[in-house]
Design a protein around this ligand. Structure first.
Ligand SMILES: Cc1cc2nc3c(=O)[nH]c(=O)nc-3n(C[C@H](O)[C@H](O)[C@H](O)COP(=O)(O)OP(=O)(O)OC[C@H]3O[C@@H](n4cnc5c(N)ncnc54)[C@H](O)[C@@H]3O)c2cc1C
Length: 642
């Protein structure tokens, strides 16, 4: 690793944190309506970030090209989000405010996020709810008609808006509807089943992309005046995760290789309440929403390897370990804290189930208190999902849960405008690193994706278009030919190997290596070994992978191969970043750095910065750039949920 001397400029406006965004928005340049028609904006991704960005940019009058992997934009991974979306409306009158949401998010992120961004997010949260209601999103309501709220981890107020266990789906349908309105108006053109394989840079500015049609295998090039990347997170580098199977790092990684810095790749979120892996055959894991911790109580037997069925174990023999360790927040401690506590109990031999690697999430008391119908109304679809997967009825017997990879806080580095280090390349939603620090609080990813797409990019895009000289560029420019040759060359090379190993088996090995020593807890020896193992697997891939079929047709093996090839490069950076960060913070837990009672021990003196990496070539050490983090509104403090 090489350290760069210059610091990164995030462009945070001056002035008190609460006024920054309003003042800045006034200072930002506008593009007049007649000129907006002249610009084309490429939006890659149609999850909540991408669909909301395409809808709002189209509504403003720009010409938008919208790309996604799925056959319909509605199938983006955001559809999987279950639990809810935060906003500081304070409808329950329980003490919430923009400032409290800001505070909870900075603290939840273990003081590794930018204050200015987080404040803006909290401020915008309320607008999102109004906007989504206007779009027709059917949020749950109280008897009197007001929107209902529930609680999520890391907060002592109820501020999570939800649509049963399908909040992501309903929000995505809202954004999709808004986008389709622009499709009908001729402002947005949909390009489904296209995979972005490269970014095209002309005169230092992002001016286009290269894609491959996933049905025909045809390569295409698209030119524009800006590229907005909304391609989601990289959790699948761990193979097993709660993410949709086609979540990947490819678009971000290819942009990284063209010059976009990658920030904090080691910050990965492990979610405590997932259905435990049941064997080697499994290709993905299933989340049980955090909302369940509103009513479910997490426990293990007090006696190791207790042979009794859970219902036969009386309260006196149960250890409600989250309530015991964290009385102030109980079962609603943040995800990183809960996950580590679960792992600690299982490692100590108190875990349950066949493998001993799960704990109970129990609704017995909630059902007795509120009645089975109330619980069914709140969580019915989640209970049904659990029952279908495990063949156990959670109304009768406690769920068994264990932590799993769920979300990635790291991503491409962006400034306050959400612009990467490549001018004209903006990054939104889970694909950027911006607002969650070292740990994301539940229900705040949807909030961030929609804040970025509906409320930030419409303003900051104008600044780019109005202040930069953007001569017309077409796909005849030599930079397009070069990017196309690179993208195609890489695919041809993969097809030509014709070795012995399946893509899936290499991906599985990569995931195992990453999870075992670079997952929920990490140490120097383990990370060094992980890097060596990743390099081995990368060599093996390029020597011995076998991809059946050709590149000239529908070929899902080939799609997967391209993504695994990128994961094999990216994984090394993730582990390198984890090795470099000699402290524990949020989801990044280094065993060497913990408090006497096993909590994450930050080192603010040395590591209070965003680590943004600059690509130098595969097999070459990347250069580390630091963006120092300063905390003016919320003083740095050791997190406590006790
Ligand atoms: C099971 C589950 C439940 C969750 N529940 C919640 C919740 O209740 N509340 C909450 O706040 N968060 C939740 N999250 C997190 C949240 O869902 C995601 O962080 C968020 O939806 C990401 O949105 P996005 O728009 O950034 O990306 P995504 O929704 O992942 O969309 C990515 C888009 O990019 C496209 N794409 C990717 N690569 C390419 C490429 N190379 N070329 C072209 N297109 C590409 C895809 O096709 C897709 O359209 C949950 C996550 C999971 C896994």
């Amino acid at each position: 690793m090489i350290q760069a001397t210059g610091e990164l400029d995030s462009g945070i406006p001056s002035g008190p944190v609460a006024d920054k965004w309003d003042r800045y928005r006034f200072d930002l340049k506008l593009v007049n309506p007649a000129n907006k028609r002249k610009y084309t904006i490429i939006v890659v991704g149609t999850g909540l970030a991408g669909a909301s960005a395409a809808a709002s940019l189209g509504e403003l009058g720009y010409n938008v090209l919208s790309f996604c992997l799925q056959d319909s934009p509605r199938r983006a991974h955001s559809i999987a989000a279950q639990g809810g979306i935060n906003a500081a409306k304070n409808y329950p009158n329980d003490g919430d405010s923009v400032w409290r949401l800001f505070y909870d998010t900075v603290k939840g992120g273990d003081f590794r996020s930018r204050e200015a961004n987080v404040y803006r997010l909290a401020q915008i949260s309320n607008l999102i709810i109004d906007h989504c209601v206007a779009l027709g999103v059917p949020f749950a309501r109280e008897y009197g008609g007001t929107l209902a709220n529930r609680s999520f981890g890391g907060a002592q107020v109820s501020r999570t808006f939800y649509a049963r266990g399908q909040t992501g789906q309903q929000l995505l349908l809202g954004a999709y509807g808004a986008m389709l309105r622009q499709v009908a108006a001729g402002k947005v053109k949909l390009m489904p089943r296209r995979e972005m394989l490269d970014l095209v840079i002309v005169d230092g500015v992002a001016r286009g992309i290269v894609t491959r049609d996933l049905v025909t295998g045809k390569y295409e090039q698209f030119a524009g005046d800006a590229v907005v990347l909304c391609t989601g997170g990289y959790g699948n580098v761990f193979y097993l995760s709660t993410n949709a199977k086609n979540c990947n790092v490819t678009a971000s990684w290819r942009c990284h290789k063209r010059g976009a810095y990658f920030a904090n790749p080691c910050y990965t979120q492990i979610h405590p309440t997932c259905i435990p892996a049941s064997g080697e055959h499994q290709s993905k894991l299933t989340l049980m929403s955090e909302s369940l911790r509103n009513d479910g109580r997490v426990w293990v037997p007090k006696q190791q390897h207790d042979p009794r069925a859970p219902r036969e174990i009386p309260d006196a023999d149960r250890d409600y370990f989250l309530e015991r360790r964290y009385p102030a927040f109980g079962n609603l401690v943040p995800r990183d804290v809960a996950s580590r506590a679960v792992k600690e109990r299982c490692d100590a031999g108190f875990g349950v189930g066949a493998t001993g690697y799960s704990v109970y999430l129990d609704f017995r008391e909630a059902i007795a208190r509120d009645g089975v119908e109330t619980i069914r109304a709140k969580y019915g679809n989640l209970f049904q999902m659990y029952d279908k997967i495990t063949a156990e009825d959670p109304y009768q017997t406690p769920m068994r849960i264990y932590p799993a990879v769920h979300y990635t806080m790291g991503g491409l580095w962006v400034d306050y405008d959400l612009e990467s280090t490549i001018p004209g390349l903006f990054v939104l939603g889970e694909a950027n690193f911006s607002d969650h620090g070292a740990n994301r609080l539940g229900a705040s990813a949807l909030m961030q994706g929609l804040a970025d797409g509906y409320f930030v990019i419409p303003y900051t895009m104008g600044q780019h278009l109005a202040t930069r000289k953007l001569p017309k560029v077409s796909t005849d420019h030599p930079a397009f030919a070069q990017a196309l040759a690179d993208a195609k060359g890489r695919i041809d090379k993969i097809v030509a190997i014709q070795g012995h190993r399946t893509v899936d088996s290499i991906h599985r090995d990569l995931g195992r290596a990453m999870w075992e020593r670079c997952g929920m807890s990490r140490d120097e020896a383990g990370l060094t070994a992980t890097i060596a193992r990743v390099r081995e697997l990368r060599d093996e891939f390029w020597r011995d992978v076998k991809v059946p079929g050709t590149g000239e047709s529908f070929n899902q093996n080939l799609e997967h191969a391209g993504r695994v090839a990128d994961f094999l490069e990216f994984a090394e950076l993730l582990a390198t970043d984890a090795l470099n960060r000699k402290e524990s913070c949020g989801g990044h837990f280094r065993e060497e750095y913990q408090t006497p009672d096993g909590e994450a021990q930050r080192d603010d003196e040395k590591f209070c910065y965003v680590g943004a990496w600059e690509f130098q070539g595969v097999d070459k050490p990347e250069v580390l750039h630091k963006e120092p983090l300063t905390f003016e509104a919320i003083p740095l403090a050791q997190r406590s949920y006790k």
